[in-house]
Design a protein around this ligand. Sequence first.
Ligand code: DX5
Ligand code: ZN
Length: 230
Amino acid sequence: MIIAPSLLAADFTRLGKEAGRAAKSGADWLHLDIMDGQFVPNISFGPAVVAAVRPLAKNLFFDVHLMCGRPEILLEPFAEAGADEIIVHVELGEKVPQLLWKIKLLGKKVGLAVNPPTAIAEAQPYLDKIDLLLVMTVNPGFGGQSFIHECVPKIQQADAWRREKKLSFRLEVDGGINDETAAECARAGADTFVAGTSLFGARSLKAAVTKMRKAVHAADPALADLAVAP
Ligand code: DX5
Ligand code: ZN
């Protein structure tokens, strides 16, 4: 399993220290939410911030989630800033094939995200071209929202397709993830867990990561409770 704290929930007055805290927490990845004020009604941070924190969390895989209307102009800047994976949204429609191809050409892992109101079938044509499928479990734009349980069947469907087609993309969930909802998603087939508020909001990030790992492992013992390489 992969546990990925989301920097969006960190203390922005001390981002460097927060990245360092994540680096020592036992987490596998750092999730970076990029919002452009167009695709979602919020603005977060850009490539300069990602580049600034990159050297402070060298051991973490940088999972960059682009909630942006024109990601085509941002792929190179985020690749240069230190992204290991770049996720774009399936809601961008006809742009998607080219975006996935460009991310691959940049030598980065390829991620595709699906918003709660979007049918999981929209992602089906791309499953053999991606390294990770992100099933959003809140409407993107803000941290601290409640998990939408109606998204769970989409995780089950994606996992069923993965088995049927013998594919190996990771199945990630993002939004309202805590120990209980992570366990629910693990039972549905998720293996990669993004959590902002429940991890960065905890007094000890390290203890919170360990506790989430245990909850996921208890829900699905097939998911190893040790950190695995990305
Ligand atoms: C939501 C973002 C999430 C967010 C999750 O738009 O994509 O990654 O940081 O935050 P929590 O875990 O607080 O719901
Ligand atoms: Zn995200």
